[in-house]
Ligand binder design. Structure first.
Ligand code: KE4
Length: 437
């Protein structure tokens, strides 16, 4: 599918002014081919592009829009807040309301600090962990993404427990030198690393459920052992819930797995579509932050009243009806998983669908969904590209990357799901031949 004429015209102008015409690389469609589609408006679960074409949306702005686009309660909260002032750079009641919603919902959040992105939240949580422990090294896992702070843009070195190598130009090797990288789901490698270096680790960073290289659902036993090892070695466990926070339920991945992190990071849903990130944990840890403690972090638009209002309205919609929102999400996403499974089965193609609540990932390879980045079939990305383009023709909008997930919202209904499944059937009939390994 090619973008419409107006979208193409805008893309040419965008490319003149912004690198690849985008403000975040994955949006450029480079891994799926074709040109990005310029969005004109969106409502509910549907997007309308600048050429008047509409699509059922499963990107949801990469996760924030659990209530769908332009939810009336969120739009009204934003408009009302904006009319009272767009930014103060000073304490305001809206910060208390969102902080209270987080602290009252998530047991391990005694205190939070708001920032303006998930990257800032994770970067700051790592600095806090280093400041509190006096240690420098941080462990992350290959395939996991925690934002674009220099020391976290690292890829696994060869072998197992290795110090990361910068995965981006502009990151000095020294900046990656305190970041260790392990493959996920490898008990032996984890035990060995803690035995050798546990007393030098400030923190372990783990996505609630790794969802940036497919959806790599981890074993509860693996996560519980990670928690034990952190406790044994005085290492802070930072659970990165930027995607999973309030996506999987009120307690996020921590609640789902029964894991209590020392610090947790949030973004996306807690901003309701506006720029909000947060990190939080015990009072003991959080009061090490400036101006009370020695760990510095700041931000001009941190706690922005309009963004706080969007986040609070979103969380109220999710929390106020006693959790039924997540029950609806489970039913809708389960229907989608079942329907897509049937469509791929009828097409005779290798696939598996990983799902955690309203997050789904199409793994276009033989066998069960991988738990480790290293087990993802490189060729699957090409197969995905053919499907992505064909689905655009059929009015379904998936992320322009084989490694990104699908998000279902509370406003996707059975008819939308059935329409999506039918679109997949038509798309697979057209491009299934290109997708065979
Ligand atoms: P932001 O700085 O993009 O708000 O958050 C960074 C981040 C941190 N932690 C996790 C687990 C994340 O998934 C992210 C950002 N997610 C990607 C998409 N999977 C953002 C989309 C993009 O980079 O354009």
């Amino acid at each position: 599918m090619s973008a419409g004429p107006r979208s193409q015209e805008l893309y040419r102008e965008a490319c003149r002014l912004m690198p690849a015409g985008v403000n975040s690389p994955v949006r450029a469609f480079h891994s799926v081919g074709g040109e990005p589609i310029f969005h004109a408006s969106a409502a509910g679960c549907r997007i309308t592009d600048v050429d008047g074409r509409s699509y059922i949306d499963y990107v949801g702005s990469w996760g924030p829009l659990i209530l769908g686009h332009a939810h009336p309660a969120v739009v009204e909260a934003v408009a009302s807040a904006a009319a009272r002032g767009l930014s103060f750079g000073a304490p305001c009641e809206a910060e208390i309301e969102l902080a209270r919603l987080l602290a009252e919902t998530v047991d391990h959040l005694e205190m939070v600090r708001f920032v303006s992105s998930g990257t800032e939240a994770v970067m700051s949580a790592v600095r806090l962990a280093r400041g509190v422990t006096g240690r420098d090294d941080v462990l992350k896992f290959s395939g996991c993404y925690h934002g674009h702070a220099d020391h976290l843009l690292v890829s696994a070195g060869s072998g197992l427990a290795t110090f990361g190598r910068p995965s981006s130009a502009g990151v000095p090797a020294a900046f990656a030198g305190h970041t260790l990288v392990l493959p996920l789901d490898d008990d032996t490698a984890l035990e060995r690393l803690f035995a050798e270096r546990g007393d030098r680790l400030a923190a372990v960073l783990m996505e609630g459920i790794p969802a940036n290289a497919g959806l790599l659902v981890q074993r509860q036993g693996y996560l519980r052992r990670l928690r034990e090892l952190c406790t044994e070695h005085g290492v802070l466990l930072i659970l990165d819930e930027v995607i999973t926070g309030f996506r999987l339920g009120p307690g996020g991945a921590a609640g789902l797995y029964g894991i209590t992190p020392d610090l947790a990071t949030y973004g996306k849903i807690i901003g309701g579509g506006l720029p909000v990130g947060a990190y939080g944990g015990s009072r003991r840890l959080m009061e090490q932050l400036a101006p009370l403690g020695p760990v510095y972090q700041a931000g001009t638009l941190s706690g922005n009243p309009v963004a706080m209002a969007a986040g609070a309205a979103t969380l109220h919609e999710l929390l106020d009806d006693g959790g039924s929102a997540w029950e609806r999400l489970e039913r809708t996403a389960g229907r989608l998983q079942q329907g897509l499974g049937a469509a791929f089965h009828d097409a005779g193609l290798p696939f598996s669908i990983a799902r955690a609540g309203s997050i789904l990932w199409l793994s276009l390879q033989e066998g069960p969904p991988p738990r480790r980045f290293e087990d993802i079939d490189d060729d699957a990305a090409e197969r995905y590209a053919a499907l992505h383009s064909a689905l655009l023709d059929e009015g379904v909008y998936l992320a322009p990357s084989a490694y990104e997930v699908m998000f279902v919202s509370t406003v996707h209904d059975e008819a939308d799901i059935d329409e999506t499944v039918a679109a997949f059937g038509r798309a697979l009939a057209r491009v299934g031949g290109e997708m065979r390994p």
